[in-house]
Ligand binder design. Structure first.
Ligand code: ARG
Length: 391
């Protein structure tokens, strides 16, 4: 009996070559294709995998779980990597890896494989998750092992082996897409001085082409999770889809950064995440209304750590689990409505209200009805500044 391997398959050049390469090594290859909202034609991709030599293709619809168990927790934590990356790719890896492990168990396979290169973060995210969930599974990373150092070499390999791939279209970028956003790298973006041309962006319009009037949106939250847009209840997948569409039109959520990869390389990547940008701004605005100062400030520190845990592939780890519990315990009062407008790439918060609001007009006001006793401030400042008093 040949050895069984479950391959995380995308239908692209790398994983298509990987199917063939694994078969040549004597494996029975089962392809696992995850639907995380990338909007692919799964039938075409399935057929391609079978033609390339897979013995079976399994498509997993992970969208709902991706939103509820991966995206929402990172939103509640306000996790943004290096201030600009909403972690769309990084969040999708642990869920795909977890599914791969489950499929391996069901299919009684002792190997799992992925199509990540040896230079990126994704290999770490996959393999750390495999190890955390079942350390007996053996991992194969064809791209680290085979002798196909360039895209051209892979295309030659595909041609020689009659692998059905799409090489007619010129693909200048490496793109990873899901519900939560899109990551775009390589090609001319490898020059940090090079200004990305409009063809690089897939989800958002250029600012000059975005509408000249703002678009107002009201977003409702319950326990830190968005539930409605303009009063209309929507499930998570639809809500994100709608915000991506509207936000994209208003050029929301583009970012361009030199980021620090876990493996020590600085790389240039551009991202688009309209829904993520809108929801992060709205969520933070609501938290500022309902959370007390110390919790709010501590959450900023926690969010920073959370973003690194996600980026570094440490999803299934004790610290990440403990932080989730802490974050959840802060989200009970994060309920209410944010009024915002989208305009030329900006998300502008214009109003907020909540039944759990801690804002007290009678303390803040400079007008009538002031209940704040200014006389108390004198003694407070005296003691507050005491440790630093000179002379
Ligand atoms: N740099 C991002 C990360 O490590 C995205 C990686 C995938 N990017 C891509 N363009 N294929 O999470």
């Amino acid at each position: 009996m040949s050895k069984k391997v479950i391959l995380a398959y995308s239908g692209g050049l790398d994983t298509s070559c990987a199917v063939k390469w694994l078969k040549e090594k004597g494996f029975n290859v089962i392809c696992y294709l995850a639907d995380v909202g990338q909007g692919q034609n799964f039938q075409t991709v399935k057929t391609r995998a079978m033609k390339t030599g897979a013995s079976k293709v399994i498509v997993g619809n992970l969208k709902k779980e991706f939103v509820e168990d991966f995206i929402w927790p990172s939103l509640k934590a306000n996790a943004v990597y290096e201030s600009k990356y909403f972690l769309a790719t990084a969040l999708s890896r642990p869920i795909i890896a977890k599914e791969l492990v489950e499929v391996a168990h069901k299919e009684k396979a002792s190997y799992v494989a992925h199509g990540c290169t040896g230079k990126g973060n994704d290999q770490v995210r996959f393999e750390v998750t495999f190890a955390a969930l079942d350390s007996k599974l053996k991992t194969i990373a064809p791209l680290r092992e085979w002798d196909l150092p360039t895209r051209e070499a892979e295309i030659r390999y595909a041609k020689v082996h009659k692998i059905p791939i799409d090489v007619t279209k010129k693909k200048p970028y490496s793109i990873d897409k899901n519900l939560w956003g899109i990551s775009i790298e390589s090609g001319n973006l490898e020059d940090p001085w090079f200004e990305p041309t409009e063809d690089a962006y897939q989800m958002t319009r250029a600012i000059v082409k975005s509408p000249n009037k703002p678009c107002y949106l009201k977003i409702d939250f319950k326990k830190g999770i968005p539930t409605k847009i303009n009063g209309k209840k929507l499930d998570g997948i639809k809500l994100i889809g709608k915000l991506n569409e509207i936000g994209g039109r208003y050029s929301i959520g583009r970012s361009d950064l030199i980021e620090n990869r876990l493996v020590g390389i600085k790389s240039r990547e551009i991202y688009e995440a309209p829904a993520a940008k809108i929801l992060f701004e709205a969520h933070k605005a609501l938290e500022s209304l309902v959370l007390d100062r110390e919790t709010l400030h501590f959450k900023e520190v926690v969010g920073l750590k959370y973003s690194r845990l996600v980026y570094d592939g440490l999803w299934y780890t004790p610290l990440k689990g403990a932080i989730d519990k802490f974050v959840d315990s802060t989200q009970e009062p994060v309920e209410g409505t944010i009024n915002l407008k989208l305009f030329k790439g900006n998300v502008i918060i214009v109003g907020r209200k909540s039944p759990k609001s801690l804002y007290k007009k009678e303390l803040a006001t400079y007008g009538k009805g002031d209940k704040f006793d200014q006389g108390l401030a004198k003694g407070f400042i005296e003691l507050f500044g005491l440790p630093y008093k000179k002379g």
